[in-house]
Design a protein around this ligand. Structure first.
Ligand SMILES: Cc1cc2nc3c(=O)[nH]c(=O)nc-3n(C[C@H](O)[C@H](O)[C@H](O)COP(=O)(O)OP(=O)(O)OC[C@H]3O[C@@H](n4cnc5c(N)ncnc54)[C@H](O)[C@@H]3O)c2cc1C
Length: 463
């Protein structure tokens, strides 16, 4: 069978193709199905002995929605919105609906997803499976905190409704369970009320990591959302210099009169697209250093009180199509870790110093603060989280293993939705509720029908 061949196995059509996550690393051959009906999905799940993993929009960076040598069921054609209750804000929809589609329909009615990640292109299924976090985690916790229920197709084809009361073990194991307990088919999620498409807030410049932490601590009690961009190549007394954007959805009377009449209207500029994979030299150290300095200077100029439209506040990278191509053909790895609050400052300094010492700059370095969190494999713990993009290059994996050891020694952990390379032993040491999760997995999926390249690599399912 050759890559690209269309085949028919049983009744359901599939394509043998090379799949990867958003980081384009690793890229592996899989059989990709795109079911349009629940009956087709049931046939994919039960009708073949090889393993299968659900896939949404493929926005996980590494191999979570990739299943090398096996099957992948992409849910994006099961994407109907089924019911909405404007009293409670509860939306029932199929798992393939994206958060962007929800915003498109509900923003003008005064509703917005309670938690959004840095891109609107993720599906509801992917948001539940990774139990994603946003810029308001310190207030709102993760996506799962706003999920009332979901239905899950098990390995047997049986469909179970899961809530905090009904099949609660399966509920908690599926939030953050990376698709390994079954296929999420429908969900009831609670949308938040908003009065405009604008956020009132501020940009605050911090000249080093201590000022950045101090700014988070000062502004988090005031604003619902906060995120900082860090210049990760700054050194010495400027180590960790950053710009923090904070904001809360604005009420119409807080808007300028020109926007008050139509508070949900924002303009959508044309979206440029990166047309091809950039050559490797584009990401040289001096280039990253120049880029980081230019951003910092720009932030300094524009610091102060601001009105942000929701797209540029929550989804700045969505304004450039296929931006992942700037990292070239070899792709890139996003490394996102979190430290417990008491270890966060020391962990941040240690990590930023390790980066500046090797000169491995990251175009994108984002700092956020997490609050309370439930769930067995959900990533957040109360503390600071840092996300860094590194182009795949010689020595990168060894460097990231050094970072893993540093993070682990401080009681921190690495995010599975971003991971493409962590070792099984490291993962097991970072996630203390793994044994509890494995018990639920064994009873829901005794033959490990649901597996992925990520799951085999980190020991969540057998090789
Ligand atoms: C630019 C960018 C910014 C991001 N910012 C953030 C952020 O701020 N916070 C954050 O938490 N994450 C962030 N992410 C990661 C992203 O939110 C998660 O990886 C999310 O899971 C992607 O959803 P998806 O629909 O693309 O799922 P995929 O990437 O296709 O799959 C991700 C996981 O979900 C599982 N899955 C998908 N659909 C189903 C289903 N129906 N049933 C069962 N399992 C399913 C897959 O098996 C896989 O394990 C970002 C990603 C990008 C590209």
């Amino acid at each position: 069978m050759n890559p690209g061949d269309d085949q028919d196995r049983s009744a359901v059509h599939y394509k043998h193709t090379t799949l990867s996550g958003w980081g384009h690393f690793p890229a592996l051959d899989c059989d990709l199905y795109r079911p349009e009906k629940v009956s087709e999905l049931a046939e994919i799940v039960t009708g073949n002995s090889s393993s299968v993993i659900a896939r949404g929009s493929g926005r996980a960076y590494g191999d979570a929605a990739v299943n090398g040598g096996n099957r992948v069921a992409c849910l994006t054609r099961l994407s109907r919105m089924l019911a909405f209750d404007a009293e409670s804000g509860i939306l029932r929809c199929e798992a393939g609906v994206t958060l962007g589609e929800i915003i498109e329909v509900f923003m003008r009615r005064g509703f917005f997803p309670a938690v959004v990640p840095g891109t609107r292109f993720v599906t509801v299924g992917g948001a539940i499976a990774a139990d994603i976090h946003g810029k308001s985690h310190h207030r709102d916790s993760s996506f799962g905190a706003h999920v009332k229920s979901f239905t899950l197709m098990l390995a047997s084809g049986e469909i179970r409704r899961c809530t905090r009361e009904e099949n609660s073990d399966l509920f908690w194991a599926t939030l953050g369970g990376m698709g390994l307990t079954g296929v999420i088919m429908e969900a009831e999620i609670v949308l938040r009320r908003v009065e405009s498409a604008w956020l009132q807030g501020e940009t605050v410049v911090a000249s080093n990591i201590d000022e950045a932490i101090e700014a988070f601590e000062r502004f988090d009690p005031i604003y619902d959302n906060s995120v900082a961009w860090i210049d990760c190549l700054s050194k010495g007394s400027a180590l960790g210099r950053s710009a923090l954007d904070v904001g809360s959805f604005a009420a119409p009377d807080g808007l300028p009169s020109s926007k008050r009449q139509q508070p949900f209207r924002i303009s959508h500029p044309r979206r440029p697209t990166v047309p091809f994979n950039f050559p490797a030299f584009t990401l040289s150290g001096p280039m990253v250093r120049t880029f980081n300095s230019a951003i910092y200077i720009n932030y300094r100029r524009s610091a102060g009180h601001k009105l942000f439209d929701y797209e540029s506040f929550f989804f700045p990278l969505d304004s450039i199509g296929n931006w992942n191509r700037i990292y070239g053909r070899r792709g890139f790895v996003q490394y996102q870790c979190v430290w417990p609050l008491a270890e966060s400052r020391a962990g941040l300094i240690e990590t930023l110093e390790a980066i500046t010492n090797t000169g491995r700059g990251s175009f994108l370095a984002v700092l956020k603060k997490f609050g309370q969190q439930q769930g067995m494999l959900s990533f957040p713990i109360p503390g600071y989280t840092l996300a860094l993009d590194f182009p795949v290059a010689d020595g990168l994996m060894e460097f990231l293993e050094r970072l893993d050891a540093m993070v682990l020694s401080r009681g921190g952990r690495v995010y599975l939705a971003k991971d493409a390379r962590m070792r099984a032993e490291t993962f097991a040491a970072m996630y203390p509720k793994l044994a509890e999760w494995q018990q639920v997995k064994v009873s829901a999926d005794p033959s490990n029908r649901f597996s992925s390249s990520l799951a085999r690599r980190i020991g969540l399912s057998p090789q």
